[in-house]
Design a protein around this ligand. Structure first.
Ligand SMILES: C[S@@+](CC[C@H](N)C(=O)[O-])C[C@H]1O[C@@H](n2cnc3c(N)ncnc32)[C@H](O)[C@@H]1O
Length: 449
């Protein structure tokens, strides 16, 4: 009988979703964060549930042959990456195994085999958006990423391998500016303080930046001084915002957002299409691989010139616009008002004339409108489809549904429910949009049976 606080020597069999290692203690599943297949570890049980337990490594008895020296000085503690100590080809093999494990645990009857994962040459410095957190540590205002597995602790970051060199300069400049200012970093336990987040967006194709400082208090003079100094330090910055929130949760909408320097939007391209992106609109985080992802979505759509297509969870309209010249008409549905505004502008920017956007939740827009479509593309947030949205998407009666997701667990859960409603998964294409982490994107084609 396993108990919290017990110590065990274990072998890590494989990696599963969240990037945790799986081991067995007396045939009981124990998940071990910060481990790799082949590791032999002494662990301490920190959580015990009915079906499984979680144990943290205490001592390495012998290290996995997959383990390499990580190039990042923060790797052992930072929550940003889980696989920066593994060769890229081995990372792809681990993700293939993670997807297989998700299938076995969520939908073992899945009627198709995933295709080999598509990787990328751009495995570091690839992200076009990073969100850092402020905190107060020993009289200092620090800025970095959350400590692995800790919501309330921040690792001050000197150099992050996921974002560009200029983004790193913006990060370190901001760290030192606010450490010298009277403003204090956020306390995540007591929910008080001033400075909360620094969001850096990078247009890879234009090599321009947008910076968003998220705070809980108004200090306009200090923020204006920061904006002037930052823009002089990094002239590639085209836009600086202050977003204010007193909300206790981390969130993506803010009570007030003001542009304090430069242009309101930045522009990014995917293939031949150009997109405006506002501070809080979603955009695929790996701009370079986004074209590959969208081409996979296009080929899964098997588009015909006579097709009517619905792009659910359309964000800035990027997928619908990418597909618009392949089909007769596109309807985009999105709940974020700023993303919908971007989508309207992007339609004009790309001289697309066969699109219409609806602002609202997918479940509501589909309830109050009678759409017909040959193909529906869905790209929901990590949590997947809520049951009403899933039912109403299937009720449209399209021949094909293309389900794109960054969370294989919720996607497989939904594929299983969609099978009950007459849609069979016919192909799954994983794409590695998130090198150095356990995350991946999957494009699934479902056909009406
Ligand atoms: C993963 S992003 C996909 C965006 C877009 N397809 C792309 O490739 O850039 C998910 C989008 O769904 C939107 N969203 C979340 N919940 C929604 C809902 N219930 N109804 C409509 N849109 C929603 C988010 O604002 C976000 O833009």
């Amino acid at each position: 009988m396993i108990r919290k606080g017990d110590y065990y020597d274990v072998s890590i069999e494989k990696l599963v979703y969240k990037g945790w290692g799986l081991s067995q203690v007396n045939q009981f599943k124990v998940f071990v964060p910060n481990s790799l297949p082949g590791d032999k570890l002494q662990i301490k049980i920190t959580q015990k549930y009915r079906s499984h337990a979680v144990g943290l490594p205490q001592k390495v008895l012998s290290a996995s042959p997959l383990k390499k020296e990580s190039p990042c000085q923060h790797f052992n503690h930072c929550g940003g990456c889980q696989l920066l100590n593994v060769d890229y080809n081995d990372q792809l093999a681990l993700k293939t195994a993670i997807l297989d494990d998700c299938i076995q645990s969520t939908y073992p009857e899945l009627p198709c085999e995933p295709k080999p994962i598509i990787g990328t040459k751009n495995t570091t410095y690839y992200r076009n958006k990073m969100e850092f957190s402020f905190a107060q540590q020993d009289e200092h205002c620090v800025l970095g990423l959350k400590k692995r597995g800790q919501f309330d602790q921040v690792i001050p970051i000197k150099h992050c391998h996921l974002q560009s060199i200029d983004s790193n300069h913006i990060l370190t400049f901001t760290q030192s500016f606010f450490d010298k200012s009277p403003l204090i970093g956020w306390d995540y336990r007591q929910n008080k303080g001033c400075l909360r987040n620094l969001i850096i967006r990078h247009s890879k194709t234009q090599d321009t930046y947008m910076v968003i400082l998220v705070t809980a208090q108004a200090h306009p003079e200090i923020y204006n001084d920061y904006a002037q100094a930052l823009q002089q330090h990094c002239p590639k910055i085209k836009s600086i915002y202050i977003a204010q929130t007193m909300d206790q949760n981390e969130r993506s909408y803010y009570e007030s957002t003001s542009l304090i320097w430069g242009d309101p939007v930045i522009y990014e391209s995917i293939g031949k299409y150009r997109y405006q992106v506002s501070p809080f609109s979603f955009f695929q985080p790996h701009s370079i691989l986004a074209e590959t992802l969208y081409n996979e979505i296009k080929s899964a759509c098997e588009p015909q010139k006579s097709d009517a297509l619905i792009d659910c969870y359309c964000g800035t309209g990027s997928i619908g616009i990418f597909l618009s010249d392949q089909v007769k008409s596109v309807i985009g549905i999105e709940e974020n008002p700023s993303a919908i505004k971007d989508a309207q502008t992007n339609m004009t920017l790309n001289q697309t004339q066969n699109m219409k956007f609806y602002e609202g939740r997918v479940k509501n827009i589909l309830k109050f409108n009678k759409f017909t479509a040959n193909t529906i593309v869905v790209d929901p947030p990590r949590s997947g489809l809520v049951p009403k949205a899933l039912k109403r998407i299937c009720a449209v009666g399209a021949d094909k549904i293309i389900y794109t997701s960054c969370n294989p667990n919720t996607m497989l859960r939904d594929l299983k429910d969609m099978a009950e409603l007459g849609y069979k998964a016919t192909q799954i294409q994983p794409v590695d949009m998130f090198p150095q982490t356990f995350h991946m994107e999957c494009v699934t084609q479902l056909k009406k049976i």
